[in-house]
Design a protein around this ligand. Structure first.
Ligand SMILES: Cc1ncc(COP(=O)(O)O)c(C=O)c1O
Length: 369
């Protein structure tokens, strides 16, 4: 039985009628960029994320960029980021001309290690970007304490974790701003690119709103040098419909994760530890396998038509584009080892029990040799 790593059609098909209705409404309004559809979505998203404001933007990468711009971070500043994450977390720092300072992750949760983050603070450090990797919030208590101590801004990269919580508090509501991606594979996904910044800092939200639209504060009055980071009405309308199903979708992911945990028990592999009080939303279900078995397991899964993917094969401090920052092998051993060992399995709402049994059965067969 073939099992895809992701099948969006299972999520979209039951909603097709509502999507078409929204499309017709926007077609007849001819209001395609920003406007009432975007504003309505922003209100719903802010309420869902337990913040007072949400600002829809063009992508998750641009949400990070525009947040850094709104905080005035630029040349001469340092921003602490985990090295085990998607490129955009550090790419945004480089795009504003600041220096990304790469920090290793906790071997249990795969999220930024607060102690290593503390050791990376210098007088030039202006901000940190904890990433809620794979759907589990980073250790926000010690990170917020560190930020308070040194007067740092906190930008949460919650591209993979919209709906994640710690002790009831939502991802994106801990720091100064949360940055979300609506890339089609994400837990809350658009039908194209999209993103958002969520915050309860009204002034910051105002600057982000201006910056996403060429820094305009009135018609053709440009207070800042911004850019075109706007969200369009069609994406916002689709996102409003899908936001209604996000809690259910995340619950389905959590159920699938629990089932994988049971089905894979006893095999020579491990999964990230879910820290106390965390409501993990399993953007990915990731296993850690011995490095010398991973390529074999990938080939075996492929031969059985089971989707899988390595997130991520190379830590950011070793990426060629960041070579100028001086990172070298051995700087972040936990992340470097994880990059050799991790493998993500099929995970999406609508994944069937029989499919998970197939995935687990094929993995068991591999380890039985
Ligand atoms: C951790 C992380 N940060 C940032 C991004 C960037 O989001 P986007 O692809 O919407 O620009 C992504 C997703 O691709 C991501 O996974």
């Amino acid at each position: 039985m073939a099992v895809p790593i992701l099948d969006l059609s299972r999520q979209h098909q039951p909603l097709a009628g509502r999507f078409k209705e929204a499309f017709d409404r926007i077609l007849s309004s001819s209001h395609f960029i920003l406007g009432p559809e975007v504003e309505a979505f922003e209100r719903r998203l802010a309420s869902y994320c337990q913040t007072t404001e949400a600002v829809g933007v063009s992508s998750g990468a641009d949400a990070l960029l525009v947040a850094l711009m709104a905080m005035g971070i630029g040349p001469g500043d340092e921003v602490i980021v985990p090295t085990f994450t998607f490129f955009a977390t550090a790419g945004a720092v480089a795009r504003v001309g600041a220096r990304a300072v790469f920090v290793d992750v906790d071997p249990q949760t795969f999220n930024i290690d607060p102690q290593r983050a503390a050791a990376a603070v210098t007088p030039r450090t202006k901000a940190m970007i904890p990433v809620h990797l794979f759907g589990q919030t980073a250790a926000m208590d010690p990170l917020l304490e560190l930020a308070r101590k040194h007067g740092l801004k906190v930008i949460e990269d919650e591209a993979q974790a919209v709906g994640a919580r710690e002790k009831g508090r939502s991802a994106g509501s801990f720091g100064d701003v949360g940055c979300i991606s609506f890339y089609p594979t994400k837990n809350l996904s658009a039908m194209g690119d999209g993103g958002a910044c969520v915050t309860s800092d009204g002034q910051l939200a105002q600057r982000i709103r201006a910056l996403r639209n060429h820094g305009q504060v009135g018609e053709y009055e440009h207070l800042y040098v911004g850019g075109n980071f706007r969200l369009d009405a069609l994406q916002a309308a689709m996102l409003s419909i899908k936001l209604e199903g996000l809690e259910g979708g995340n619950a389905a992911r959590r159920e699938c994760a629990g089932r994988y945990d049971r089905l894979l028990a006893g095999l020579p592999l491990r999964t990230p530890v879910v820290a106390e009080g965390r409501h993990h939303v399993y953007h990915q279900y990731t296993i850690v396998v011995p490095a010398d078995r991973r390529e074999g397991l990938i080939a075996h899964l492929k031969a059985h038509q089971i989707g899988c993917k390595v997130f991520y094969p190379l830590p950011l401090h070793l990426q060629p584009c960041f070579a100028g920052l001086g990172g070298k092998k051995g700087d972040c051993p936990v992340s470097e080892e994880l990059c050799r060992q991790v493998l993500s399995l099929p995970m999406f709402p609508g994944l069937r029990e029989s499919e998970q049994e197939e995935v687990a059965g094929v993995i068991r067969k591999f380890f039985r040799g």
